[in-house]
Design a protein around this ligand. Sequence first.
Ligand SMILES: [Ca+2]
Ligand SMILES: [Ca+2]
Length: 229
Amino acid sequence: MTSSLGPAGAKRCGAGGEGGAASLPHTTCVDVRLPRWGRWIALLPALVCACSLEGLSDAWDASSTSTELPTSTGGAGATGGGSDCLPGSLACEAEDCNLSGSFVEVPDPMAHGTGYVVVPEESDCDDDRVECPLDVSEAGTYQIKARLAAGPLEGEDSSFWIRVDFEPSEGYRYEFTGTEFHFDYVNDSESDTTNLLTFALEPGTHIVSFACREDGSKLDSVELVRISP
Ligand SMILES: [Ca+2]
Ligand SMILES: [Ca+2]
């Protein structure tokens, strides 16, 4: 998320032509640009304000000096606390889930929400996890739908370990293809069948976890989809 100061001055134009409440035969413009030094003077209050707040609180200092979103230290066993996932929802942007280890958010206009998460290439995997607390209101059988994309080395940047409520302990190996962001349903790539993974879930919060298996694999969003009672 970025913010920017508006221009120090701008040329404002009145609504002219058709449709305006007070239609004018010609567009009326008033040049309200500040003189050369006036622009800097106009910025002074903002600069003074920022400087005076520095050091007043850790939160302000962190937000004013870092461009990276904070990452969770939840790790294995983490619950929904600390995530920005919407309570009561079956879906969550990966960047809003609890991130541990080397997972970082990367802004990308092709991703949904504010970006995707990835363990950067050459970082290697070390139990890095994306843990999404999703709220099930209706008992039933669910599948995991994810939006993701392979990294630059397709075939080497395209898999995760999948767990639900921290089971199984080693995770299901899930492999996918495609370097463009797309939706896919999670399966167990080590299974002899091509059946998608299914989970019988009771109402309540369930932690869907994507752990690093190959660095460079990009995860955009995670969702539980109910397929049967
Ligand atoms: Ca890799
Ligand atoms: Ca996203």
